[in-house]
Design a protein around this ligand. Sequence first.
Ligand SMILES: Nc1nc2c(c(=O)[nH]1)N[C@H]1C(S)=C(S)[C@@H](COP(=O)(O)O)O[C@H]1N2
Ligand SMILES: [Mo]
Length: 225
Amino acid sequence: MAGDLNDESEPPWDSKLTRSKQRWAREGKFLTGKTSRPEEQRLPPGQHLTRDWPVLDLGLTPQISRERWRLDVYGAVEKPIFWDFAQFFAQPQTQFTSDIHCVTTWSRYDNQWEGLSTHDLLMACQPRDEARFVVLHSHDGYTTNLALEDFAADDALLAHSWSGAPIEAEHGGPVRLVVPHLYFWKSAKWLQSIEFLEHDAPGYWEVRGYHNRGDPWAEQRYSGD
Ligand SMILES: Nc1nc2c(c(=O)[nH]1)N[C@H]1C(S)=C(S)[C@@H](COP(=O)(O)O)O[C@H]1N2
Ligand SMILES: [Mo]
């Protein structure tokens, strides 16, 4: 009964997850700034619009079926995750429409994505206090790093569909990351695992001269920019 001192179950407003959410809200963990910009600022400096969707990667296309695909989330998290595609697909589904900005100067507007928002992923894995960075690991050996705040952007997601259909292998299916407010090299294709870290660990392009953060509106293309 209510108020029973022997009741061992935690009231819902004091659950561990609720406390995490309150702490993240206090720290502004999910506040990364923009999701919408005035139309005249929509195209970042030095970019041009394209209607097609170029393919850019290291030159090999991993062929991973949904049946074989797994997602491994580990490191500085309270609740490590190891999901198969069905478990991933059973998570809350979100649809975002966002623009792509590639460092090679093409941009593509109004891409319709569907999948698991990084918000919801963070609620599931619960990063520890000391977690500050994530590294995405992909099936082609590619890696890329993000500050936790950038990974947690309001419009970022682990996408399985584009324009209402499964993402094609050449564009990173079964599942790729999409972080629209940064250059597209941060949006790892063929996502395999997500590692939460206390310290930054620059990825494939970041150690080869690309900017560590990659904000298109600040033209953070290459390190030293
Ligand atoms: N796994 C993996 N992800 C990757 C890459 C890669 O080589 N491997 N290339 C990045 C770069 S440089 C870009 S511009 C985009 C291209 O995505 P697209 O081929 O779907 O346009 O993927 C990014 N994600
Ligand atoms: Mo790129």
